[in-house]
Design a protein around this ligand. Structure first.
Ligand code: SF4
Ligand code: MSK
Length: 628
């Protein structure tokens, strides 16, 4: 077999340079470790292994000649084992998003009750709007009183004190009726997750379809619950995003400055670090230490949060996180939680970089832990930036290499901004869809995965879609890939079909709109809900789709499932571990269509994925009586 070259791993030129440097510096990266794991276990790849009890672990095979190898020790067959494993993955993904949302509810509550002055409400108008939407009286009430009532309502969404989640009403009536009929309307967010852990204990729910419906209910509690709460409260506390010009790729690091990276998901920590890097006293200290300034850049989704609201440049996505350290120019990485590879600690050890963990939920062996809470966030952010400045002296200039030049991007397309750009109503967008100038819209979202050439899936798919007059909305690590590819500039309209290009020129927007982090996929389903209501149809009738061409995370599975459960056709790149069960696979790839009006497709080739999506959009347009 031909040996792999650097360009087989990633499409990014900054990645090529840093992979070469990593090899020269003796650094082991995610791709090296991946190669150490292949071939993966065939049972696990198909979802046919189970560790749910001490009679196991079991791994079963329908292909086995021997009957006794077709069932686990308890008698569970392939359908049950696969569905249980899938259900637990969705539960873990939804738990991650929703626990992030809960941290924001706690922060809002702390602001409202005076337990913190480090955080403020930056968008009181949105607070008012959300309060009214969820049935809280705002007349003659002060901002803190309203904030307290909002946070208490959202606290109760996690438990079981209410019948349904408040934001469910954002879905059109047809969809809500369908959920009710199927018995999948989410109740409390935590309740759904706990119930899946209960059902998947040995000897509880032993029927694949029943388990899949509960997985669907959990996913809906993530999309229309935990994630949506996280998005809306982040906007209230840190400001609703508006378009910002910024930059992407490793060249946003500065050779002559103290470089600090923030990595993870929750803006509660990264926003405080941003405030601290602007502190004149710390800037003066940096100068005194010989640096020209303090440069803050983002990684992954907490980077997306800062980019969307503050225009902070983006250094890279999931598979670039280790390579960012290989530049030798990073004084500190401040992490909160989720998607932070433990491997960054070993990579940091090869340089002078300090890894700082901040969440009581996320400790990393070998990293320094400085715990953030609402009472000490500002103080600790200052302390960390000071540590980073002090660390600048330990940088070895001869080992520093910052590749390339930064690529421009425009970010910050919240639904509020989009509506503003459209003149306050969705009508111009609906008109453009009706005339076919915009044939449809697709959320290109999710992670990177070393099983797929880094960023190839995202960039190829997005280019193929905009060429076909399909608007792309992106979030998460996909959004970094598309920014680095130059697709979030006004010049990128040249790559779009003539219809989409015309609309983008008229509105002054790129053909790929950055709508945020992973939790902000809730902005996309909310927008779908608004469009469906305006057209008086179900979401499943809209010419829209979703794709996660390089997903890896359990969160991405939950996102994919809530998209499908909301009526949105969703294409996955890597195959989920369900192929060991024909029942579960058939359900995911076609059966769900008859149940919720949408299903999954699996297509690792992004050009073929674009064709599948194009066909689906043609079908939907035809059914609405629109030209294909
Ligand atoms: Fe094996 Fe059943 Fe226990 Fe799973 S629950 S480990 S299949 S005995
Ligand atoms: S960070 S969940 S790798 S998108 Fe949200 Fe990126 Fe996926 Fe994590």
């Amino acid at each position: 077999m031909k040996a792999k070259s650097i360009s087989d791993y990633t499409v990014c030129s900054d990645g090529w340079k840093m992979l070469e440097k990593a090899r020269a510096d003796g650094v082991v990266t995610v791709w090296d470790r991946y190669e150490g794991q292949v071939p993966h276990c065939n049972f696990c790849e198909q979802g046919l292994s189970c560790r749910n009890c001490a009679m196991g672990p079991c791994r079963i095979s329908n292909a086995s000649e021997s009957e006794k190898h077709k069932l686990g020790v308890c008698g569970a067959n392939a359908d049950v084992i696969v569905a249980r494993n899938f259900g637990r993955m969705v539960a873990a993904g939804a738990a991650a998003h929703s626990d992030h949302g809960r941290d924001l509810v706690e922060t809002l509550h702390a602001i409202a009750t005076g337990k913190t002055t480090d955080y403020k409400i930056r968008d009181p108008e949105k607070l008012q709007r959300i309060a009214e939407e969820i049935g809280i009286t705002t007349a003659n009430r002060g901002i803190n009183e309203v904030a307290e009532a909002v946070s208490e309502t959202f606290f109760s969404e996690f438990g079981i004190t209410k019948g349904e989640l408040a934001f469910i009403n954002r879905a059109p009536e047809q969809r809500r009726e369908l959920w009710k009929k199927l018995g999948v309307t989410p109740r409390g967010i935590d309740r759904e997750i706990v119930e899946m852990m209960h059902r998947t204990h040995m000897g509880v729910d032993n029927e694949a379809v029943s388990l899949l419906l509960q997985a669907l209910r959990i996913a809906l509690s993530d999309g229309w619950g935990g994630s949506m709460i996280a998005t809306e409260l982040s906007d209230i506390i840190f400001g609703t995003p508006e378009p910002h010009a910024s930059f992407a790729n490793l060249a946003v690091l500065k050779k002559d400055q103290v470089n600090i990276l923030v990595h993870g998901h929750n803006p509660i920590v990264s926003e405080m670090i941003l405030a601290a890097v602007e502190d004149p006293e710390l800037l003066a200290l940096a100068k005194a230490k010989g640096a020209a300034g303090i440069n803050l850049a983002g990684l992954c989704c907490t980077g997306n949060e800062l980019l969307m609201r503050q225009g902070v440049p983006m250094a890279g996505n999931h598979l670039m996180t280790e390579l960012a350290l290989v530049t030798g120019a990073v004084e500190m990485v401040v992490v909160d939680y989720q998607c932070i590879m433990p491997g960054i600690v070993q990579v940091a050890d090869c340089y002078h970089t300090k890894i700082i963990t901040t969440s009581p939920k996320a400790h990393f062996a070998g990293a320094e832990h400085v715990e953030f809470n609402v009472g000490n966030a500002k103080e600790n952010a200052g302390k960390l930036v000071r540590m980073a400045v002090e660390n600048y002296a330990r940088r070895n200039a001869s080992r520093v290499e910052i590749p390339g030049v930064p690529v421009s991007q425009i970010s910050g397309f919240s639904n509020e901004t989009l509506l503003k750009a459209l003149g306050g109503s969705l009508d111009p967008l609906i008109e453009a869809i009706k005339t076919g100038s915009i044939r449809g819209a697709v959320g290109v979202v999710g992670c990177n995965n070393p099983k797929i050439k880094h960023d190839h899936g995202h960039t190829t798919l997005a280019r193929e879609l905009i060429k076909r007059d399909i608007l792309v909305l992106d979030t998460g690590c996909a959004s970094v890939a598309l920014a680095k590819d130059g697709l979030k500039t006004l010049e990128a309209v040249e790559l779009a079909g003539s219809g989409l290009a015309g609309v983008c020129r008229a509105l002054g927007i790129p053909p790929v709109l950055h709508v945020g982090s992973c939790v902000d996929n809730s902005r996309i389903i909310h927008l779908c809900g608004l469009l469906a209501k305006a057209l008086n149809v179900d979401i499943s009738a809209l010419p829209v789709a979703a794709a996660a061409p390089e997903w890896y995370s359990e969160k991405a599975l939950s996102i994919g499932l809530y998209a499908v459960g909301s009526g949105i056709f969703t294409v996955l790149g890597p195959t989920p571990a369900i192929t060991g069960s024909k029942t579960v696979t058939d359900m995911a790839l076609s059966g769900l269509e008859n149940v919720v009006g949408a299903c999954f497709a699996v297509e690792p080739d992004p050009a073929k994925a674009a064709v599948l999506i194009d066909q689906k959009i043609r079908e939907k347009r035809g059914a609405l009586g629109l030209t294909a």
